[in-house]
Design a binder for this molecule. Sequence first.
Ligand SMILES: *[C@@H]1O[C@H](CO)[C@@H](O)[C@H](O)[C@H]1NC(C)=O
Ligand SMILES: *[C@@H]1O[C@H](CO)[C@@H](O)[C@H](O)[C@H]1NC(C)=O
Ligand SMILES: *[C@@H]1O[C@H](CO)[C@@H](O)[C@H](O)[C@H]1NC(C)=O
Ligand SMILES: *[C@@H]1O[C@H](CO)[C@@H](O)[C@H](O)[C@H]1NC(C)=O
Ligand SMILES: *[C@@H]1O[C@H](CO)[C@@H](O)[C@H](O)[C@H]1NC(C)=O
Length: 498
Amino acid sequence: MWIKTLYVLWWLVLGAPAAEDRFPPNANHIFNAVHSSMRQWGSSLNHNGMSFFLASVPAGTQLYHGNSSPQPVNGTEWLAFEPEHALVFTKPFPHGPPSPDRPRGGSQILLQSAQGPEPEDDPYRRGWLHTYTTAKDLRLLYVDGMSAAKTNNGTMDSQDRILFHDKFEGRPAMQERERADLACQMAREVWNGRLDGLLRMEAGFEVILCDFGRDLNVVRVTRVKGNTKRGQRNESGGNGTGQGNELRGAMLWYKAAASRYGGIGGRRVVLNYDHFVSAFAYGLDLFRQSEDTGVMHPRLTHVSSENLEPFRQDLSRLILDHGPQEPSFDWQAIADMVVERYARDLRYMTSGQLMTMTQLQEEIENSLSPFIDYDDRNTSHEVDRCSLQFIPAEAPQEGLAAHAVRSVARSVCTTLVDVWSQSDYPMAIAQLQELTNYLSWTTWKECGKCPDNEICMVPMWPLGTIEDYKHPECRDASMPNGKGRRYWGTLPQPPTWR
Ligand SMILES: *[C@@H]1O[C@H](CO)[C@@H](O)[C@H](O)[C@H]1NC(C)=O
Ligand SMILES: *[C@@H]1O[C@H](CO)[C@@H](O)[C@H](O)[C@H]1NC(C)=O
Ligand SMILES: *[C@@H]1O[C@H](CO)[C@@H](O)[C@H](O)[C@H]1NC(C)=O
Ligand SMILES: *[C@@H]1O[C@H](CO)[C@@H](O)[C@H](O)[C@H]1NC(C)=O
Ligand SMILES: *[C@@H]1O[C@H](CO)[C@@H](O)[C@H](O)[C@H]1NC(C)=O
């Protein structure tokens, strides 16, 4: 923890050059991690998660598991929050029965599509959907971003380098059974049984639960629908090419994932925002440009093990010293109010629709007027009032989220006050643009309202295109994959990921 303290002190006391004063490095990224936590939308865009949170799932919550066996699971396995996500796993793999280390993530849908027509309907190819409820409040470690996406694009950096201490170094991404077993061994031996499993996201949120028999009650196990006969395959989006069932599966799966863009819902997961850890808090140089998209994403691959050690130790301390169930302040709710208050205003101001400095100033004054005492103008008071608008007096002063949310609110307010006093229009727009680049709010990429049969498609492993990342658009839910260059590259072929 001392490195973090030093870093925050450095922030506060030594200060930094002017731009860093207005836009403190990484406060934006920590703010966005809090804002996107447990949300499919923001976590798909910021897919390389750099933070770990303690999470609890209340007793009685329904969770789903897909299997080729009707036998209730006892031991370590995977659970989905949405049944449509679990359905993906009810089909055995195209080549023989599933092995214990079969990869999770359902790219078999696409592999099967790629391999052409399915054989005739075979009843033994149909699996079972298991419905469970949690027998107690689950205590989980949430690995943020799209941390269940089996890619080499950085989605697994934080778990492989921090959580698993490089134990999977140089091995392919598809080591899912090993990851699960190691996480559960650590839960028992290193963390003294203080955790019941991991919480991650791919297209849909999932839990790796260490002990099904202990922590779940079986509600029911039901047989899933088999392959439709050849002649009926074109019924739901299929095209007489033998892909009807796979397309239906992908449609249900991606629609269910997209329904959680705004959050997992129902308070099915509660995070501890007072105590969490993030790679953004250690002054490390993390961002690297993707060769294929030109987009900057944080990576941990280039950081030396030595420089990651303080983060690893803080993660251990987090798990050993804190609990998912301890009461904590809901910083995500505060971040939401800041984003909802300013996202549209800022986009409007930088849109070019306000064409003169006077028009721009009027718009800014409208935005700031509640914080102005027109009998006693004082910009430093105005910035304070604006920055503190959404922060309750009782909110914690300390902690990563407390610092980041306060800091980002202040960056917005300081910039608005500064720009108001500008006389140069291009300069004013440049300052606002610098702010919006810094904020990088994921809400700015939302499609707006899509027709009922469409989803706003953003790459969610294993589907999506580069264009979907840059400019997400409404897309017919029966064709989530889109056409064009694949965002995640080509899918690995079975031998390398089994
Ligand atoms: C699960 O396995 C454990 C140990 O092997 C056993 O004690 C327990 O009764 C089993 N639970 C269920 C629900 O089968
Ligand atoms: C495809 O579906 C339509 C109904 O939507 C049906 O009339 C047609 O016969 C089907 N085509 C094939 C090749 O199965
Ligand atoms: C159906 O197949 C044809 C030819 O393979 C293709 O051009 C068309 O886009 C497909 N339609 C759908 C809805 O997939
Ligand atoms: C604004 O208020 C601060 C603190 O109360 C004070 O130090 C400063 O002089 C005031 N500035 C102006 C321009 O009145
Ligand atoms: C992800 O990695 C694959 C394989 O290296 C590559 O083809 C693809 O373009 C990468 N995607 C991004 C967004 O960097």
